[in-house]
Design a protein around this ligand. Structure first.
Ligand SMILES: NC(=O)c1ccc[n+]([C@@H]2O[C@H](COP(=O)([O-])OP(=O)(O)OC[C@H]3O[C@@H](n4cnc5c(N)ncnc54)[C@H](OP(=O)(O)O)[C@@H]3O)[C@@H](O)[C@H]2O)c1
Length: 400
């Protein structure tokens, strides 16, 4: 058996606003009444992968699953599916946006099948979806129409530092943790430049998101394993913003190779991209760093505990700690703070279910970290709230 639901509503608001608000997954806990949180796990091209967690049900259970959606602005459609189907055999959702006089018709078509052991069958789930779609669509219509009338702004999710008037550079800002930090800094009001090496789709996607926070934000290409490209990048940074209040040395390289067969080229690739690039970038950035600037170097929990097959990576990350300690002392008299932000295992693309379960068991909090949880600590280090913190390594690892 397969089931199908089809629901639609007309929202009286400009097309772009409807498209933008309903595709801003991070705002879904506000836009929908049923979600307690929406955590972005990965962005690859236009596709966003995210974990939705519902408010606890009557038994106190908070249902949570991973979904994926790919918006296509040209065809005004979104193809979505549950990556973790849970009680469903599968669940696919197609969103269609059709302009109408004075508004937009937003349509949700859901195709699914329940598992034989699911607590409800196809028919009951279809009834549930139909009822809930009316509730959610009405809420969304109301919020979007109020935003169109200028009377409803999405409330600030949390109070955080205000970085308005500051400039930041985040290396490797287009994916994973770097993207989380880039977006968090931009949301906090900073003008952010992010660099990447090769993934143009991820860069374009970030550029689109950054535009929402200010026209001066930009995404620049530079391969940091090449000192000439670092020079070129810093010349662009100088030209675009002149001063850098926050420098986040985030880009890094990793591979898994037994020590006995680790080629020297691979040793250099990892050390160059991680440690040498941090040295060169920070050195070239010095003339741009004002009194009170913050340098944040991404380290790793494994730098202090070690891990098999990653001798080159852990050596680079441990080197980051020494570099940071010395720079904190050397640059402290100029009021520049330098710290290491050392994540544990952070959720992202490429973690197998088996690895996830293994890491979850090792972590005190019983789950992987999210990029925004690392970004929150980066916000702290970028802001005045950490004005007396330097030379420090802050682990953000859920107690692994
Ligand atoms: N993820 C974790 O669990 C974890 C744990 C501990 C520490 N860390 C550290 O946190 C940092 C970010 O990790 P992540 O897992 O979020 O990384 P990621 O998802 O692999 O993203 C890496 C980013 O760095 C860029 N990049 C890679 N090599 C580059 C180069 N040579 N020049 C310029 N940019 C380059 C990539 O750009 P392209 O996509 O264009 O190549 C991308 O934007 C790294 O320093 C990592 O060692 C991560």
């Amino acid at each position: 058996m397969a089931a199908h639901t089809d629901n639609a509503i007309v929202i009286k608001a400009p097309f772009d606003l409807v498209w933008q608000m309903t595709n801003d997954v991070e705002s879904w806990p506000w836009l929908f009444s049923e979600y307690a949180s929406a955590e972005i796990l990965d962005r690859t091209g236009p596709t966003v992968r995210f974990r939705l967690t519902m408010h606890p049900d009557e038994n106190g259970t908070s249902w949570s699953w991973v979904s994926e959606r790919t918006p296509d602005r040209e065809t005004a459609t979104v193809q979505a599916r549950r990556v973790e189907p849970g009680p469903f055999e599968y669940m696919n959702i197609r969103w269609t946006y059709t302009p109408e006089v004075g508004g937009v018709r937003m349509r949700w078509q859901q195709d699914f099948q329940m598992r034989p052991d699911a607590p409800v069958n196809d028919e009951a789930m279809a009834a549930r979806i139909n009822e809930n779609s009316v509730t959610q669509m009405n809420r969304i219509r109301e919020l979007v129409e109020r935003a169109a009338a200028g009377v409803a702004e999405r409330p600030a999710a949390r109070v955080g530092p205000d970085l308005t008037g500051t400039n930041a550079l985040v290396t490797g800002g287009t994916r994973g943790i770097g993207r989380g930090i880039t977006v968090a800094l931009a949301r906090a009001g900073a003008t952010v430049l992010a660099c990447y090496r090769q993934d143009v789709d991820a860069a374009d996607d970030l550029a689109r998101e950054l535009k929402q926070h200010g026209d001066d934000n930009a995404v620049l290409r530079a391969d940091l394993s090449d000192p000439d490209e670092i020079d070129r990048l810093m010349a662009q940074v100088r030209e675009r913003v002149g001063t850098l209040h926050t420098l986040v040395n985030n880009a890094g390289a990793i591979s898994h190779i037994p020590f006995e067969s680790l080629p020297v080229d691979e040793w250099h690739r990892v050390i160059d991209t991680t440690l040498t690039a941090t040295f060169l970038l920070t050195q070239k950035a010095l003339p741009l760093l004002p009194d009170g600037a913050s340098v944040i170097n991404l380290g790793s929990r494994v730098a202090t505990v070690g891990i098999p097959l990653r001798a080159h990576y852990t050596a680079a990350k441990a080197g980051m700690v020494g570099l940071t300690r010395s720079l904190a002392k050397e640059l402290g008299p100029r009021g520049i703070r330098v710290n290491v932000l050392a994540p544990g295992v952070i959720d992202g693309a490429g973690i197998t279910a088996e690895k996830r379960a293994q890491y979850e068991r090792l972590t005190s909090l019983g789950r992987l970290g999210q990029p925004d949880e690392v970004a929150d600590v980066a916000l702290f280090l970028a802001s005045d709230m950490s004005r007396y913190v330097t030379g420090e390594t802050i682990h953000v690892d859920g107690g692994i």
